[in-house]
Design a protein around this ligand. Structure first.
Ligand SMILES: [Zn+2]
Length: 440
């Protein structure tokens, strides 16, 4: 028990010195200075082959295939790995887990990282036609001791969804909980660590909430109004800040406990800077699946059919069907232009599609990073597609993906512009201290 406290200062020091070893740049999107080139280099796993927009003012029209929009991904959610299953709802034997990992391989399903999945959804990186993402929830020691070695054997990446009070030493972290040291070790080896609230409860207002008082005494209460707001903020935002500061990482994914949430929780998560939210209603993830409700298949020991069905769901996908032709953004006279830096977080985004040829008006679609699909308007007379941003863009760069059908063929343009955060009047930098004070 005492050890936990004595090594804490050491850990904190260690975290700072290890920041630079983290595979993804740890620059805060709020504090980074705006530069168009930063957008490309800051993309997670941003390989040059991925075809990231921004560094590519291609002068000639058309045709390089970008991302395969017909690809599909299934996301699995695992909990504890135990030899003797006592709680089949959240447990699985190591043997069964390993067999499932092998089956993915045997079925020709590629296990990709969560960050690659998100990069694909942003149109920045291609993924194979049939993919899976593996996630472990709650932060169990067995995920470190048992799950990780199996994943290493297959060379699979994975994501850990952590609720911070459940880490060893937290008010809910018992002997079977993962430790901060183990999480640091995983971080240093490229494992993706993401948020799963502070205390793992139903986040919707009006539900009974368990509060742990100092000294470990737990009470159940119904929080409303400002008291609820403060509590839920800590669950959604405080959890992210604690993970980011304790581990020196960037957290952009949020798994909702039990999949229970509502618009208010979603909005809170969005404004906290989460890029994606995850539930436990399994479904194949497609290019257009909304990022604020990505379903995962929760694998339970007594329901092996869930895994079998999930694999079947994308087993029949033909993959790589309709090719997409890429148009250089320069050909579309985009506004803002590719590589330009604007002085507002609410820009008007415009492109002229006349050079593509005959456009099917209903097929015009615009995606904006951080917003997803936006209600773009298209004027067939002028060939102009436009969207006035109404919700302040976060961060210092923004990627636009504009697609349309022309003569039955899908064409697409990507471009990235910078946002001068200072001139745009925000966003405000994150507070220096986490809102959460771990209860001892
Ligand atoms: Zn959970």
């Amino acid at each position: 028990m005492m050890i936990r406290f004595t090594i804490l200062p050491f850990l904190l020091a260690l975290n700072f010195s290890m920041c630079s070893r983290h595979p993804s740049p740890v620059t805060s999107s709020e504090s980074a200075t705006p530069s168009p080139s930063a957008a490309a280099s800051a993309a997670p796993g941003g390989s040059p082959a991925a075809g990231v927009a921004g560094a590519r003012p291609s002068p000639s029209k058309i045709t390089k295939a970008v991302v395969d929009q017909t690809a599909q991904t299934i996301i699995f959610c695992y909990h504890r790995l135990v030899d003797k299953v006592r709680y089949p709802g959240t447990e699985i034997t190591p043997a069964d887990f390993e067999a499932q990992m092998k089956q993915l391989k045997d079925s020709g399903i590629t296990v990709i990282s969560m960050q690659d999945l998100l990069a694909w959804k942003r149109g920045e990186k291609n993924i194979p036609p049939r993919c899976a993402v593996i996630t472990f929830d709650d932060g169990w020691k067995s995920q470190y001791d048992v799950g990780w070695p199996i994943m290493k054997k297959f060379g699979y990446p994975f994501t850990m969804f952590i609720y911070t009070e459940g880490v060893r030493g937290g008010s809910l972290g018992g002997g079977e909980a993962i430790t901060w040291e183990q999480l640091s070790d995983m971080r240093d080896n490229g494992i993706d660590i993401e948020a799963h609230t502070a205390t793992h409860q139903d986040l919707r207002e009006g539900h009974n909430i368990m509060l742990a008082a100092p000294g470990g005494k737990r009470t159940k209460t119904k929080l409303t109004g400002p008291a609820y707001e403060q509590w839920v903020r800590n669950e959604v935002v405080g959890c992210k800040e604690l993970l980011e500061q304790r581990l020196g990482i960037k957290v952009n994914c949020f798994a909702v406990p039990f999949g229970n949430y509502n618009e208010h929780v979603k909005e809170l998560a969005r404004s906290a800077g989460y890029e994606a939210m995850f539930t436990v209603y399994g479904q194949p993830i497609t290019f257009t699946s909304p990022l604020d409700s990505l379903g995962r298949y929760a694998i339970e020991a007594n329901k092996p059919k869930v895994f079998v069905d999930a694999v079947k769901m994308i087993g029949t996908s033909s993959g790589g069907a309709s090719a997409v032709a890429e148009v250089g953004a320069a050909n579309l006279s985009t506004q803002p232009a590719d590589g330009e830096t604007v002085r507002t977080a609410l820009p008007l985004i415009k492109a002229n599609l006349t050079r593509i040829g005959a456009i099917e008006p209903d097929s015009v679609q615009m995606r904006v990073s951080g917003l997803g699909v936006v209600p773009v308007s298209y004027d067939p007379k002028t060939g102009t597609a436009s969207y006035q941003v109404t919700q302040k863009l976060r961060g210092t760069s923004c990627t636009v993906i504009l697609s349309a059908k022309s003569e039955g063929k899908k064409v697409e343009a990507h471009w990235t512009f910078g946002i001068d955060a200072a001139a745009a009047g925000g966003p405000t930098p994150a507070p220096a201290k986490p809102a959460l004070t771990p209860k001892k």
